[in-house]
Design a protein around this ligand. Structure first.
Ligand SMILES: Nc1ncnc2c1ncn2[C@@H]1O[C@H](COP(=O)(O)OP(=O)(O)OP(=O)(O)O)[C@@H](O)[C@H]1O
Ligand SMILES: [Mg+2]
Length: 452
């Protein structure tokens, strides 16, 4: 394999020498230019895979050069280097298409680490393209997230870009698509990785308790408040707070949340004292917050704040490439869990999985394979080893009623099936669905799908 081509642009020749020396021995060829014009010219001429770009240069700013490179070829990974790092400018650069943002003086270790991560990502893409369609691709995991199709590789690239810089981020996608895993990866790759990762399930907390849950309360703030208690923001100090199912949060709590996020300051209920915190916030939801904001059921200002940086997980039915690797991953995991030898899928079983519409996404796939791994008595899994709910819902493609259902309907449909599969046990169904009682009831109350 040829080394990855890299162009470095900086008006200071000494910085260029440093960069080139730092990358010596890495899997890259380095070409240096000390004016933005010459650098841009080199980029347009030789289409490098990576560009290191100084933000402050005479005549043309790095942001201008970035804009031109991104318009020329958005797949070029541009790392900006600046003497004036702020989270806001980093976020803006990444929204503008930069792959990364480093501050001067550049730490050689950090530069190598980031370039290595990008080179790894480029190599994986090449690998996926050369084995496209085949099952031969190696099992690739990005911080515990399995995937090899272009959609997930994009998600991984985005998480890698965002994690070092974000203060707030939004992770969206249908139920069971892996939002929680992505939120954890954002934390694990952030500078706060050694700090706490605190989860708040907004759907599980009664509207009246939300504020004390998030911000804590002072002794005597209300009946039963017998002592001071810190809230989740304080627990998450110097770490990350995951606000799961943020779409379920009441408007009043949203207003206070926005203030806490913006000011990095919280006030316990019943106490006048403001406390400084340092918390990254990741919000997750299967809902369309933009639509909710226009309908007035979600605060627009909070949506704009959270939605500045969004990671979108596509439904599993749109990532066929991932089904074989996810299957392999879950079969191995559950075989190990049950102390059985790892099984493989027959061709017919694999076809059935590829055709299924997966309304419950990866969580549903995991359930089907966990069941099959337990039930199969041979080493080869056949469609007959899949749970009845799965086989019953696999009509030939094109006639599948599921393909004509809205996400809301699919969720209600899936919730009812899970509840039936759990023998009517609501608690078990809540656990399987990963939702609160309130959400389960809401789902069960939703309209029956017209198509089934
Ligand atoms: N790409 C993946 N690789 C491995 N496991 C995955 C992947 N995506 C999801 N899973 C697994 O599927 C299950 C559901 O994932 P997760 O809890 O992250 O979904 P979610 O998007 O948060 O769903 P919900 O909206 O219902 O909360 C988990 O057991 C998770 O480990
Ligand atoms: Mg979740």
């Amino acid at each position: 394999m040829n080394p990855v081509s890299l162009v470095a642009i900086d008006d200071n020749p000494q910085s260029l020498d440093l960069l080139a020396a730092a990358l010596d021995g890495e899997d890259v060829t380095v070409e240096c230019h000390d004016t933005p014009e010459a650098g841009l010219d080199a980029v347009l001429r030789s289409r490098p895979r990576i560009v290191l770009l100084d933000l402050m240069m005479p005549r043309m700013s790095g942001m201008d050069v970035l804009g031109r490179i991104v318009r020329f070829d958005p797949s070029i990974e541009v790392i900006l280097i600046t003497a004036h790092y702020t989270t806001e400018s980093a976020v803006e650069a990444i929204r503008g298409g930069a792959a990364d943002y480093l501050d001067k003086p550049v730490s050689i270790e950090r530069l190598r680490e980031r370039v290595r991560a990008i080179v790894g990502q480029i190599r994986r893409r090449e690998d996926t393209q050369s084995t496209a369609g085949g099952a031969a691709g190696e099992l690739f995991q990005f911080h515990g997230i399995v995937g090899r199709g272009p959609a997930m590789l994009d998600v991984f690239a985005r998480v890698r870009r965002i994690a070092p810089h974000f203060r707030t981020a939004l992770v969206t996608g249908p139920t069971g698509s892996g939002k929680e895993l992505v939120c954890r990866a954002l934390h694990d790759l952030s500078p706060a990785a050694s700090g706490p990762f605190v989860v708040c399930n907004c759907a599980a907390i009664a509207e009246t308790l939300m504020e004390t849950e998030l911000f804590g309360h002072a002794k005597g703030a209300f009946t039963g408040a017998s002592q001071d208690r810190p809230g989740l923001f304080e627990y998450a100090n110097n770490g990350t707070l995951l606000l799961d199912e943020i779409g379920e949060m009441a408007l009043a709590a949203q207003a206070k949340l926005l203030r806490a996020v913006q000011n990095q300051e919280v006030q316990r209920v019943g106490s006048p004292a403001a406390r400084k915190v340092n918390v990254r916030v990741v919000a997750a939801t299967h809902r369309d917050l933009r639509a909710m904001a226009s309908a007035g059921t979600f605060r627009e200002d909070l949506f704009f704040r959270l939605g500045l940086i969004e990671v979108r997980l596509p439904p599993l039915r749109d990532r066929a490439d991932d089904v074989p690797v996810l299957s392999r991953f879950f079969l191995d995991r559950y075989a190990a869990l049950y102390g059985k030898p790892a099984a493989t899928l027959s061709r017919r079983a694999e076809t059935a999985l590829m055709r299924h519409p997966w309304p419950g996404n990866v969580r549903e796939l995991e359930g089907v394979l966990a069941y099959a791994a337990m039930m199969a008595d041979s080493n080869v899994i056949e469609p007959a080893d899949f749970p009845e709910t799965f086989t019953a819902s696999s009509p030939p493609p094109g006639q599948d009623p599921v393909l004509r259902m809205s996400l809301e309907q699919i969720q209600a449909y899936h919730a009812r099936r899970v509840l039936a599969g759990a023998g009517g046990d609501k608690k078990l169904a809540m656990e399987i669905l990963g939702v609160s009682r309130a959400t389960l009831y809401r789902l069960l109350g939703a309209d029956k799908p017209s198509a089934s």
